[in-house]
Each structure stands twice: as structure tokens, then as C-alpha cells.
Design a protein around this ligand. Structure first.
Ligand code: AMP
Length: 312
């Protein structure tokens, strides 16, 4: 099954308590595509400058990602983000954002990208997300991510874009900010009333929760002892989650499939944070994914145990 993604393609300079890396390959569409490429034929729609070289393209091509809709602006510079994390790795502090070619981005979709069965609208201006959604009428499953910047500056457009997709994937702070509702259950219900049948609330090191028609599923994050760089964890989660569901499109999204998708999302996110940038996911193998999926299963399994006779 084919899956089109639109989002940022970036160079990131990242500092965490475990090291510093300059101008590594990043961006929401890149992290998403690498993770999703284990499950579906990914078609990436984005924009770069001519500083985006063969080495960066090779990372995407090695995973079979179709980059024919990665527009190159001659003489332009690729989107650049500089971020910093303290020991609380859940919150990135943005130090610099240079939109560069991303400022005038007008997504142009080839016939192939328009015809995909699934669509992911990564973190870009909500109005652009809306236009891309309208260009992909064949997508039987669509999902979206956003960020605090758009929620604070263009909330109505974010709500309108959410109304066009099947699944909204947001982190807990974004969900609260968007709805003005501190309780996550009530906030997720409100977002579902705007249109999407699924809401996934990402909670960083505390895991992820899925709110759906049939109820609720929650999974802890994989207990890693070496978290090095959380950049892209949310997009890698989305790649695993949407990629797995795209592989099953246009079939019925059963609760069983949705739960497995949350586990694949969490699995991909857990690998992403083990090293800087795209390093770990770009050399990941499917057997490694399956092994961690099985560990998640063991880790979260429990049975009914009869109580000994209690007093009272
Ligand atoms: P996350 O999965 O939330 O950690 O996303 C990290 C990625 O988002 C980084 O690789 C950045 O290049 C990218 N990013 C940061 N700020 C923005 C922005 N304003 N618009 C689009 N992408 C961004």
C-alpha cells in the first residue's frame, strides 16, 4: 500500500546532555518516512535547497522512499532547526528556526502521490495540510500532526484541518492547549467531535494513549536505559502507527489492528531516541522491530490471579 507524507525536511543542530550534533538530517517528513518505510511504500512531499546533498538523499533512497516530489529550490537553503534538551528530555527548547525554502512551500503532488491509499499531514502550516488533504481524495486513511506554534497562531485552521482526517496525533501539551481542557479524556473526546474517529495522545517517556470509538488503549514507552536524542520521536511514532495502518488500508480498522499500530509506533519511536538524528532508524532491520514488538507484548501482559482469602 502507498502512503503519502507531507512535512518538513530539515537540517537539525541538536544538543542534549549526551552530546551535540550539527546539521544532521531531520524534519518531520524525514523521521516519519524512515519509520513508515518498514510497512508501506512511502512517497515524500517536501522542499529543500541545493545544500541538500546526495548523502541525505541516499538515506531516504536506501529505505525505498519515493522522493520524486521532494522539490529543490535552486540557490535556496533547506529548513534549519536548532534545539536543545536538558535532562528532562521530554521538552525541546527551540533556539533557532530558519524557514528558508520552507517559507514559500507550496506542496506539489504528482499523480502517484495523489493516488496513495493513505496520507500523513506532518507538521506544516495547517492551511497547507488542508490543501494537501483535498488533493488526495483516494486516501482511505489520513492522519495529522501539529505543534504549539500553529495552535497558538492559527488555532481555527488547525481545528479545520483536524476535521478532515481520520486520526489526530498530538502530544499531551498540544491536546490541552488546543482544547483548553486539562483532562486528557475529555480533551480527546472534544477533538473526536471535530471529525477524527481516532485521537492519539503522545506522552513522551510516559508512552502513548489511543482514544477511539470502542474506548481506550494505553502503552508505556519502552524502558530504555540509553535515551540520547528525542528529536523526531513523535514523527517516528507517527510513521510506525500510520505506516502499519496504511499496510492494512482500506480494510476495517479493528481495535486489534489499532492496538498493534500503537505498539509499532512506540517501537519505532524507541529506536529513534537511541542515537542522534536519523542514525538509528536508518540502519534498523525488521527483525529488530519484531523483537521489540514481542518484548512490548511480554512487558504489558498480565493475568488474573486469585486472591488468597482476605480478612473482611
Ligand atoms: P518531533 O518528532 O516533534 O521531535 O519533531 C522533530 C522535527 O521537527 C525536527 O527534525 C525538526 O526539524 C522539525 N521541526 C522543528 N520545528 C519545526 C517547524 N516549525 N515546522 C516544521 N518542522 C519543525
Amino acid at each position: 500500500m502507498a502512503l503519502t507524507v507531507v512535512g518538513s525536511v530539515a537540517f537539525d543542530s541538536i544538543a542534549t546532555p549526551f552530546g551535540e550534533h550539527q546539521r544532521v538530517l531531520g524534519g518531520s517528513a524525514v523521521h516519519f518516512s524512515l519509520a513508515a518505510s518498514f510497512f508501506a511504500q512511502v512517497r515524500l512531499v517536501g522542499v529543500v535547497g541545493d545544500d541538500f546533498g546526495e548523502a541525505e538523499r541516499a538515506v531516504l533512497k536506501r529505505r525505498g522512499i519515493d522522493i520524486r516530489d521532494l522539490e529543490v529550490v535552486p540557490g535556496g537553503e533547506t529548513f534549519f532547526w536548532r534545539g536543545h534538551y536538558d535532562y528532562d528530555l521530554n521538552t525541546a527548547k527551540t533556539l533557532e528556526t530558519h524557514l528558508n525554502v520552507f517559507a514559500d512551500f507550496e506542496p506539489k503532488l504528482s499523480e502517484a502521490s495523489r493516488s496513495s491509499e493513505a496520507l500523513f499531514l506532518g507538521n506544516i502550516q495547517p492551511e497547507l495540510q488542508r490543501r494537501v488533504r483535498e488533493q488526495c481524495p483516494n486516501a482511505s486513511f489520513s492522519a495529522l500532526d501539529s505543534m504549539n506554534y500553529w495552535i497558538e497562531n492559527d488555532r481555527d485552521s488547525v481545528v479545520a484541518a483536524i476535521g478532515l482526517v481520520d486520526a489526530a496525533l498530538l502530544n499531551d501539551a498540544e491536546v490541552r492547549e488546543l482544547t483548553g481542557e486539562p483532562n486528557l479524556c475529555r480533551a480527546a473526546r472534544r477533538i473526536r467531535e471535530w471529525g477524527p474517529s481516532l485521537v492519539v495522545v503522545k506522552q513522551g517517556e510516559y508512552g502513548a494513549a489511543l482514544f477511539s470509538e470502542d474506548g481506550f488503549f494505553s502503552l508505556p514507552a519502552y524502558p530504555l536505559e540509553n535515551v540520547v536524542d528525542p528529536t523526531g520521536a513523535g514523527d517516528s511514532f507517527a510513521g510506525g502507527f500510520v505506516g502499519f495502518l496504511a499496510a492494512h488500508a482500506p480494510g476495517e480498522l479493528t481495535e486489534e489492528l489499532l492496538r498493534a499500530a500503537v505498539v509499532y509506533g512506540s517501537t519505532l519511536a524507541s529506536f529513534n531516541v537511541e542515537e542522534f538524528g536519523t542514525e538509528r532508524v536508518s540502519r534498523l532491520t525488521f527483525p529488530e522491530i519484531e523483537k521489540r514488538f514481542a518484548e512490548f507484548r511480554r512487558m504489558t501482559h498480565f493475568e488474573h490471579v486469585d486472591l488468597p482469602r482476605l480478612v473482611g
